[in-house]
Design a protein. Structure first.
Length: 99
């Protein structure tokens, strides 16, 4: 099981990510905007494939041209390094789709 990020480190670690926000002390959240609906769906499809490969799944919400990702590690009861690395990977996938 992955270890939780200590309380005193959470905000600093999240601040190193690109526009991710700490929510309720145990989730990180980001909203991605797309120029068209199908690009958002393409992004979600790639996130799903990656997440399935590593067996770590985000909460995903799709609202027309906006996709919201929310991450936490339930087995650790909070944020772990895995959540932060997933956030970085999702940002990479977003850049590939929107470039």
């Amino acid at each position: 099981m992955a270890e939780r990020i200590p309380e005193g480190e959470k905000q600093d670690r999240v601040d190193q990510l690109d526009n991710w926000k700490l929510e309720d002390g145990k989730f990180i959240v980001k909203r991605y905007r797309f120029g068209e609906f199908l690009k958002g769906i393409e992004f979600v499809d790639q996130v799903a494939a990656y997440s399935e490969d590593i067996q770590h799944h985000p909460f995903i919400s799709i609202d027309y041209k906006m996709v919201t990702m929310k991450l936490t590690s339930w087995n650790a009861k909070g944020l772990t390094d895995l959540d932060l690395s997933c956030a970085e990977k999702y940002d990479e996938l977003y850049k590939v789709i929107t470039d």
